[in-house]
Design a protein around this ligand. Structure first.
Ligand code: AHR
Length: 501
């Protein structure tokens, strides 16, 4: 195949990558919380009941913003049920996934976990069956100094110091007819504006994420967003985007081109934000929170989210393969390329439910999608560069033209991180990286993720079919890097550089 040339110019800067771009999402659904991160009966449990083996794997992924407690769950959740002595917390019939919720893990447990994991907590308030006042009280519980009702309650529950939660989502997917308390856009706009005002009155330092469209296929797509943003105005700091990509035909190359439409989704949402800013003559720029994203299609049906009135069922436990790992890397490339507008993004989810990690009894499995996350995780500190790509591509029936190589790059301090996805299903590809404005001096580290076939996956019996390996097929020649990538692979390479400016 023809060589691909990737030009990375230090002056083609997009923006500093917001660390919150590498966030996650922990929801009360299936076995995400119970049997996932929290399992006091497990032999791996620490003093708080958290599963140390799972947390160790999660730590490697260096997630930043962690969204909690949902998701659809949030729209029926009353946070007071999840605080106080565990023995007195009510068991609830949970309607989003028709399950039993014992409330043994709630706000204070999540905060404890966030501290251990160095996560930035991101809480979704209930604007489905809850009220703006309940949301306001939750902010007081988390952020106010002791001296008033809910802050005192927090202290009674063991935390005299505020939890200091800066990021708050104003409900979840409120445009979705499946959502508890779903209302038309103009109703939600009023509800979320009232909530945001009360919440910011309690703590003016918080930031809010207003619900944008849950799916690009919904008939209200963008019209919902326009109505909401116009009304909520400056009370919103971000608008949310959600996206689950699926493979809806047998064509791997077509599936791998899906990230084209992620670019488009971001650019359309950003265009709307600019339009609203101009129309309302606001000085404030609303940015994007891509606060649910992943591959999800095998278990995307009513039965897979139905707990049949039981506790911690195996819900939406998608089993991932190599091609899914490439799509996950493509999402990350798209976020990095849009670092000027996407400030927050949350992989949905982190354990068991559409997740990179699965538990089975005392065992755990790292799925294929764990590995692109791993090799990107420690390379995001810096400024996103706009890559120029010259090379072969193909026309995808569903998503239009894409280059065979999908790429993004981050310029750090004395280091240039480059991310590459080879979408070719059968050919290895030569990529030349030409840097401008900086001199590539040496290779700091280079890793890749690949496997025997698009459908190859890790299983509990054969857990290491897909993993990260050292990428050795890379040479430096006259300041340029030449990389040979196998078909269906992801690479993350860090170069030591000298700045020529
Ligand atoms: O992540 C699983 C579910 O997908 C979430 O609860 C919901 O927000 C989305 O529809």
């Amino acid at each position: 195949m023809d060589q691909t040339k990737v030009i990375l110019d230090r002056d083609y800067q997009i923006a500093q990558v917001d660390p919150r771009l590498f966030g996650g999402f922990l929801e009360h659904i299936g076995r995400a919380v119970y049997e996932g991160v929290y399992d006091p009966q497990s032999k791996h449990a620490d003093q708080y009941g958290f599963r140390k083996d799972v947390l160790n794997c999660l730590k490697q992924l260096c997630f930043t913003a962690m969204r909690y407690p949902g998701g659809n769950f949030a729209s029926g959740y009353h946070w007071l049920d999840g605080v106080g002595p565990r023995a007195t917390r009510p068991t609830i019939r949970e309607l989003a996934s028709q399950s039993i919720e014992p409330n043994q893990f709630g706000t204070d447990e999540f905060m404890q976990l966030s501290r251990i994991m160095n996560w930035t907590p991101m809480i979704t308030v209930n604007l489905g069956t809850g009220t703006p006042e309940e949301a306001r009280n939750w902010v007081e519980y988390c952020n106010s100094p002791i001296g008033t009702k809910y802050a005192n309650l927090r202290a009674e529950n063991g935390a005299t110091e505020p939890h200091d939660v800066k990021l708050w989502c104003l409900g979840n997917e409120m445009d979705g007819p499946w959502q508890q308390g779903h209302v038309p856009a103009d109703h939600y706009a009023i509800r979320s504006q009232q909530a945001a005002k009360l919440m910011k009155d309690v703590d003016p330092s918080i930031e809010t994420v207003v619900c944008g469209s849950a799916e690009i296929g919904l008939p209200t797509y963008m019209e919902w967003d326009r109505t909401v943003l116009e009304y909520v105005g400056d009370y919103a700091d971000y608008i949310s985007l959600h996206r689950y990509i699926g493979k809806w035909n047998s064509d791997t190359a077509d599936y791998l081109a899906a990230t084209n439409s992620v670019d488009q989704q971001i650019e359309v949402a950003d265009a709307l934000c600019r339009y609203i800013q101009a129309k309302t003559r606001s000085k404030k720029r609303i940015h994007l929170a891509f606060d649910e994203w992943n591959v999800w299609y095998r278990t995307q049906n009513a039965e897979s989210v139905n707990g049949h009135g039981k506790f911690a069922q195996h819900l939406v436990e998608e089993e991932y393969n190599l091609e899914d790992a490439l799509v996950v890397a493509g999402f990350l490339n798209s976020f990095i390329r849009h670092a000027d507008v996407v400030k927050i993004a949350n992989l949905a989810q982190i354990v068991n439910v559409i997740a990179p990690i699965l538990t089975r009894g005392e065992q755990f499995l790292l799925q294929s999608i764990y590995y692109p996350l791993l090799i990107y995780a420690r390379r995001l500190d810096g400024i996103a560069l706009q890559p120029i790509v010259r090379g072969p591509g193909y026309e995808s029936p569903s998503y239009g033209f894409v280059h065979t190589i999908d790429t993004s790059a981050v310029l750090g301090n004395g280091v240039l991180h480059t991310f590459l996805v080879n979408r070719s299903t059968d050919e290895s590809t030569t990529i030349q990286i030409a840097a401008a404005g900086v001199q590539i001096k040496s290779i700091k580290s280079a890793e890749q993720v690949t496997g025997p076939s698009a459908a190859a996956s890790n299983t509990f019996d054969k857990p290491n079919t897909i993993c990260n390996q050292k990428l050795s097929n890379i040479k430096l020649d006259d300041g340029k890097a030449v990389i040979q990538m196998p078909p269906l692979s992801v690479a993350a390479i860090s170069f030591h550089i000298d700045d020529k400016s």
